[in-house]
Design a protein around this ligand. Structure first.
Ligand code: DSN
Length: 425
């Protein structure tokens, strides 16, 4: 980024507020389909701005390296307990500030330098932190891709079992950024145990669906650790979480050290109360929300297919999560189409489709659509049909749909499935 050294501070200062307000105003009337985002309830938002913005709390409640933490200790303990309740876990760490930091905490402690590992490639839907150029790649370049069936999405379990038995990897990573269907956790857990392999399930995208019992239950199907980010389908502030069950104290201690001092010192205390409120919302409204989200994803897939789009995994009902993947190559490809949609206030990202070669990453065939935010605003299957119609008009006919996008969003101004500020007393 080039820097304007002649800029005048007072002018920039005004620009800061204007820019933030402009973003607020714009995003409030867009159709947001970015699958990794969501919005906070008014109750969760109301506890974000506090003295905790200024404070430090390394270590754990009861074992801090700083004085002055008595209140954040209480919040952190309540949040960790809520996470254990929600995921029926015996151990949780709520200090990682993102899903990637949580992954770093695991990889840095359980993957010896150069050891074999198995993960999804980015082209296979994997997250960048599982890749050779990401967090896992700092420990090892010896990363094998999960073998895939012909659909380019589904892991070939028999071949995967043989690969684990042959390579004896230090870690296998299940879970992805293009995450349409559950992973074969139960099917692979035994061969992992037999070969001394730890299984990390990266549930960043589907954490809220797992919490609700509406996707799969990785910890009880055999994963050693469930990592996630707390701001996608788990509709909290931007943070991460790690969970395990089964009481392997030595393993939990290893993970704990991976978080602190391994991958973070302080952990952005200001957003912890908002995470606690959001976790209580997930406990209260999570199942209803997750069911609505999955129904909306399937409805959007069907509505787009009805209008002639090729939607991935049609034979399996498009999705069992919050996402659908759509082939937009006939209309210019993912880069061009996502930019055109954004100019019409419909926001999504370009994405490689299942089975597409990684070399296409900068102009893939597809776009990835996530309905978790629209669902939180209360939109349902009927509105998914309207969204599909607007996308179709914008992409195939170049129509200016911004007024219709705004009209749709104006009908759903309130965040649902959450508490009101007054519920906080
Ligand atoms: N890369 C983000 C995504 O899936 O959108 C998650 O970190």
């Amino acid at each position: 980024m080039s820097v304007d050294t002649k800029a005048i501070p007072s002018q920039i200062l005004r620009r800061v507020r204007e820019t933030v307000r402009a973003n607020d105003a714009w995003r409030s009337h867009t159709i947001n389909l970015i699958a990794s985002e969501n919005v906070l309830s008014p109750a969760a938002r109301s506890v974000l701005d506090s003295d905790l913005l200024h404070r430090y709390a390394e270590g754990h409640p009861g074992g801090r390296y700083y004085e002055g933490t008595r209140y954040v200790d209480e919040i952190e303990t309540l949040t960790a307990e809520a996470m254990c309740r929600i995921f029926k876990a015996s151990w949780s760490d709520v200090r990682p500030i993102s899903g990637t930091v949580a992954n770093e905490a695991v990889f840095s402690r359980i993957v010896p330098q150069g050891a074999p590992a198995i993960a999804h490639t980015v082209a296979g839907g994997g997250h960048i932190s599982h890749a050779r150029i990401g967090s896992l790649g700092k420990r090892t370049k010896n990363i094998h891709a999960w073998p895939m069936q012909d659909d380019g999405y589904t892991i070939d379990v028999d071949v995967a079992r043989d690969l684990i038995a042959k390579e004896k990897p230090a870690v296998v990573v299940l879970g992805r950024s293009l995450f349409l269907f559950p992973e074969p956790v139960a099917e692979l857990s035994e061969v992992c145990r037999e070969n001394g392999t730890r299984m990390l399930y990266d549930g960043a995208h589907v954490l809220g669906l797992i919490a609700a019992g509406e996707f799969q239950d990785p910890l009880h199907e055999g994963a050693d650790v469930l990592n996630g980010s707390t701001h996608k389908t788990f509709f909290g502030p931007q943070r991460g979480v790690m969970l395990s069950d089964g009481g392997d104290e030595a393993f939990n201690k290893t993970l704990d050290k991976g978080v602190f001092p391994g991958s973070s010192s302080n952990h952005h205390l200001f957003s912890l109360p908002a995470l606690l409120v959001s976790a209580l919302e997930v406990e209260t409204f999570g199942r209803e929300y997750a069911k609505a989200t999955i129904a909306n994803a399937r409805a959007l897939g069907a509505s787009l297919a009805k209008r002639g789009f090729v939607v991935s995994m049609a034979d399996r009902g498009y999705s069992a999560s919050h996402q659908v993947a759509v082939d937009v190559a006939p209309f210019g490809g993912g880069k061009d189409v996502s930019a055109r949609l954004c100019s019409q206030d419909i926001i999504c990202n370009m994405n490689l489709l299942p089975g597409e070669p990684g070399k296409n990453a900068f102009n893939p065939r597809g776009v990835r659509l996530g309905v978790q935010e629209l669902t939180r605003f209360g939109l349902g299957p009927d509105e998914m049909d309207v969204v599909a119609d607007l996308m179709h008009a914008a992409v195939t006919a170049g129509r200016d749909v911004r007024p219709e996008v705004q009209a749709l969003r104006d009908r759903f101004p309130e965040v649902k499935y959450g508490f009101a500020v007054t519920d906080l007393g």
